[in-house]
Design a protein around this ligand. Sequence first.
Ligand SMILES: C[S@@+](CC[C@H](N)C(=O)[O-])C[C@H]1O[C@@H](n2cnc3c(N)ncnc32)[C@H](O)[C@@H]1O
Length: 363
Amino acid sequence: MEKDRLTNLLQAYRNASQEFHATSYWAAYEEQIMETIKSIDLNQLRSGKYPYLATFGFNDVIYFYHPNLPFPRKVILKLFHKYVLKNRRILPYGINVSDIRDLSYQHCNLLGKLSNAEPISSIEVSTFGNPKDLFEVNGKKYTMPFLNYYARYCFANKHVAFKDKEIVVELGSGSGYQIEVLKKLHPHITVLCFDLPAQIYLCESYLSQALGKENIVGTEETLMWKNLSNLQKGRVHCFGNWQIPLIKELKFDVFWNAASFGEMEPNIVANYLSYIEGNVQWIYLLQARHGKEISGKAHVAKQTTFDNYVSMLPDFNLWEEHDAWQAYKKLSEAGGYFEAIWKNKFDVKIGREDKNSYKRSDR
Ligand SMILES: C[S@@+](CC[C@H](N)C(=O)[O-])C[C@H]1O[C@@H](n2cnc3c(N)ncnc32)[C@H](O)[C@@H]1O
């Protein structure tokens, strides 16, 4: 049954038109990700047992030493950490791992206050999939990624001011961790998430556990949809990325794309944006400022840069933009990331337009 879900997704993906197929950056990982899923134990999804899944967010491991060292050096370092260093203060200013966790939590706490957000202390992370780097603050469970996604929510909330009734569309949801944070803070928002087949398959598996199956409308149901007439208010809907044309008929509050457009070429990004322009009030982007690498195992054929987004969004005002931060450090990979939010120049009436539609009356 579970395997059928993936098989059906793969079949629909293969039949989809070319602009929805993974481009060079993600095609480079497709084979390893599929191999991983074939024999996956979902109870170990976040344990570090499946390193390829970290490429799209299932990255709950804490590295005390460089993971790619050759075999003998890796083992020696591991033993050195375990028996000699233990949890000693080896970093500048005498900080250790628990200090980094405390600082990150405090950072989130302050971000929440500054952005009028629901507090980080009101939620905790799911332990499904055995996250390796799990810690507690004031009796609640957290992982570093959970704090990172909370920080992103704070930035968006500063402008969107979520009222728990919004419709959010996320393209390239990866693990679904962002949705976990959003839904735990605002349980009544409606979410539509879109991704490549293996990614949306695992995202759905994870969110079914983290948020409860009753809150998810899975791809077994949505795969056949020809329109959004069966959209369910307050739930998370999972879709294949090639189904994005469905949202042409939907007016919604927020479009969310993080560390995903940057891994595509500008013409592919422009195609996705063509389905949302005119339909959305806010656009949240967190991307590599100068585009991703153009050589190496995973690379783009042509970079999508900050300036490309600006010129692709003529009907939107850039509301705020800054260098992107995780809970614990600046996102400095690939020459740095920006985090930005755009607002539609025109007012968007949220909901579906037709008679039998899901329409938000309380706006
Ligand atoms: C680095 S991951 C980021 C995941 C998540 N947004 C996050 O911030 O953790 C990039 C995501 O973009 C998705 N993606 C890559 N190429 C895509 C394409 N051509 N169409 C749709 N999604 C794509 C990947 O499947 C993956 O989920």
